[in-house]
Design a protein around this ligand. Structure first.
Ligand code: C2E
Ligand code: MG
Ligand code: MG
Length: 308
């Protein structure tokens, strides 16, 4: 709930409502189920958000979104096994806007649905194209928001995309967060089950940062867990992070899940992960997220893991 007072926060209904909305957005940011009073200092931020929202409504039709791709690499063989599709928004007036900034807003205004459809289609088509060019088949990993999975026709949409792009289901991976996996409704469980039975891979993104319930690990046939980069970051200097990472890797080995470490930036981190028998890595050390053309260069001439 957002609260604005007459007359200090506005002298007419329109201004009061707008300022109450600003306070509400702030309330939502601090976690749901609370209220915030309007604070004139947050005014500029609200204007930013409204501007962003306006532009976002036209971004799809104006082709302002692009996907970048970041390789996921097998630590043992050094081969690229998959790529994660990461969206970028390039607006002529606002410049390049990071997904961390606009995805939460797209989840608020509902545009995540058409944007998510576009991401799925574009990513699968691109991955299929690389196969057709003769590169060894790799999977494409796509981030999925809670709202997308809540659509009653989500499974149909996935089938449709696979049919249109003629890409086998085993080359598609969906990245979901722990909170989605934990939603214990029958429908949610069914949807993930149906997708797994189709052959689609399911990965848990940012593993270890959500609510700490592990019960979903036995409920679904997951494919992989992605160790959140906040744990990878201080792996070498912080004993607790090292312990957490080792434990996640052990969970993966015991439950037969592939473990991917995100945010790998240094050789020291790679060495640690190699010693602990982590399966895959993703991070700046091997490559930043790059355009499809750049990614193709990496497929053509893959860098050697030991020479980075
Ligand atoms: P994520 O799915 O956890 O993606 C990993 C983020 O870490 C990406 O940020 C990536 O650029 C960044 N990253 C990769 N390697 C390194 C590294 O070595 N060091 C550091 N410091 N960072 C690294 P990005 O591209 O800004 O994406 C942020 C988040 O936005 C993603 O987190 C994901 O949750 C969301 N997102 C991105 N694309 C989509 C999309 O198409 N749909 C949805 N629903 N969310 C998306
Ligand atoms: Mg991800
Ligand atoms: Mg992540």
């Amino acid at each position: 709930m957002g609260i604005a007072f007459y007359p200090n926060d506005g002298e007419d209904a329109e201004t009061l409502l707008k300022n109450a909305l600003s306070a509400m957005l702030r309330a939502k940011k601090t976690g749901r189920g609370n209220y915030q009073l309007y604070d004139s200092r947050s005014r500029n931020k609200l204007l930013d958000l409204i501007e962003l929202d306006n532009y976002m409504h036209h971004a799809l039709e104006k082709n302002e979104f692009v996907l970048h791709y970041q390789p996921q690499v097998d630590i043992t063989t050094g081969r690229i096994v998959g790529t994660e599709a990461l969206i970028r928004w390039n607006n002529p007036k606002l410049g390049i806007i990071s997904p961390a900034k606009f995805i939460p807003l797209a989840e608020e205004n509902g545009l995540i649905l058409p944007i998510g459809d576009w991401v799925l289609k574009t990513a699968c088509a691109q991955n299929k194209k690389w196969m057709e060019l003769g590169y060894d088949p790799i999977y494409i990993s796509v981030n999925i928001s809670a709202l997308q999975i809540h659509q009653s026709d989500f499974v149909d949409k996935i089938s449709q995309v696979l049919y249109e792009t003629q890409m086998e289901a085993k080359y598609l991976e969906l990245e979901i967060t722990e909170s989605i996996a934990m939603e214990d409704t029958e429908t949610r469980i069914k949807i993930l089950e149906v997708l797994r039975n189709m052959g689609v891979r399911i990965a848990i993104d940012d593993f270890g940062t959500g609510y700490s319930s592990l019960s979903y690990l036995r409920r679904f046939q997951l494919t992989s867990l992605k160790i959140d980069q906040s744990f990878t970051r201080e792996l070498v200097s912080n004993e607790k992070d090292a312990a957490i990472v080792s434990t996640i890797i052990a969970i993966g080995q015991n439950l037969n899940l592939k473990i991917i470490a995100e945010g790998v930036e240094t050789q020291e981190q790679l060495e640690f992960l190699r010693k602990k028998k982590c399966d895959n890595i993703q991070g700046y050390l091997y490559s930043r997220p790059v355009s499809s053309d750049e990614l193709e260069k990496l497929l053509k001439n893959p860098p050697d893991l030991s020479e980075l």
